[in-house]
Design a protein around this ligand. Structure first.
Ligand SMILES: N[C@@H](CCC(=O)N[C@@H](CS)C(=O)NCC(=O)O)C(=O)O
Length: 310
């Protein structure tokens, strides 16, 4: 089987979700660093337009969105499971809470004390462009940049609830971790890695103990890879990965048709190609790129829309 390649950057919370899952599943992987802001020419050569972080690559198959990556990783490496059958509905409930949690934490980091540290972390040249980039990220989507008012209403209740729950159990849904823990963890990590605002978690002692438990999983075994090498892997792989779930064609569309797929919430840049699979779990589009060759780009069905193009 081809290696798992993760395109990500250090400060990305959703990337930390996947890196920590690699640690929990004890996986070896190749690490390609992408820019935190546009332009991301090599990443876009692989995805065809999708710009968010992280992106997972196996050979010529490119997986967008961590929700799909969680399914893929449980399929390829079932033990330990992120979504055990006995907790499936509970895991889905946490998954639907993920964006609320993330949007509650972003404004905490974007307070003046957090921004100061963030500027040091991102580097003097990136920071001034960051705000403009994120404005563009949210243009054309159904979501707005998370506001301080939203955070004030959600941050404390959501993390207080987790703190209370973690008083009686080592992980959110019991004795072993599930995807619920990785969802909460990457949001907490985003705040805790920023010394300007990390103190926001001081009241939550059980949560802080759990954070140490999560951190102890590490990141598995990463080995660096250049973007050029990742493009070469895509070009040089003939064998594709299997698809996720039985065929359920989207309304009015057929396999083989030329389509565009894009996220509906933010980062809505369309990816255009031939529809090669559609199930209730994923949409897959085959496209050809000068640098990446023929690739198959996979998206979750949820949170993405697909439409015919000429
Ligand atoms: N639903 C997506 C969200 C991904 C996301 O929002 N990632 C952030 C970074 S943590 C992002 O892409 N920000 C813009 C960028 O990095 O260009 C997922 O689960 O992968």
């Amino acid at each position: 089987m081809s290696e798992i390649i993760l395109h990500h950057y250090e400060g990305s919370p959703y990337s930390e979700k996947i890196r920590t899952i690699f640690g929990y599943k004890k996986l070896a992987w190749r690490s390609v660093t992408t820019p935190a802001i546009m332009p991301k020419p090599e990443l876009v050569a692989l995805t065809g337009g999708y710009r968010r972080a992280p992106v997972l690559q196996i050979g010529r198959d490119i997986y967008c969105d961590t929700r799909l990556m969680v399914r893929l990783l449980d399929r390829l490496h079932p033990e330990p499971a992120l979504v055990p059958a006995s907790l499936k509905a509970s895991c889905m409930a946490f998954a639907s809470l993920e964006q609320t949690l993330f949007f509650a934490t972003v404004p905490v980091v974007f307070q003046p004390a957090g921004l100061k540290v963030m500027a040091e972390q991102l580097g003097a040249e990136v920071m001034p462009k960051f705000s403009e980039d994120r404005k563009l990220l949210f243009s054309g989507g159904t979501s707005h940049r998370p506001s301080a008012a939203f955070s004030r209403l959600n941050f404390l209740p959501l993390f207080h609830a987790a703190d209370v729950q973690l008083a009686g159990t080592p992980f959110l849904l019991g004795q072993t971790p599930t995807v619920a823990d990785f969802i909460y963890y990457h949001c907490a990590w985003f705040v805790l890695r920023n010394s300007g605002v990390a103190g926001s978690f001081d009241p939550f002692r059980n949560l802080l103990t759990w954070v140490e438990r999560m951190k102890a999983f590490g990141h598995g075994t990463p080995a660096p890879m250049s973007t050029a090498e990742a493009l070469e892997v895509a070009r040089g792989t003939a064998q594709g990965q299997s698809f996720d779930g039985p065929l359920v064609e989207p309304e009015g569309l057929k396999l083989g048709q030329r389509v565009s797929v894009c996220a509906t919430d933010y980062g809505c840049d369309p990816v255009t190609g031939t529809l090669v699979h559609a199930s209730v779990f994923e949409l897959a589009v085959k496209r050809s790129d000068e640098r990446a060759g023929e690739v198959v780009v996979h998206f979750p069905r949820e949170g993405f829309r697909v439409f015919a193009v000429e």
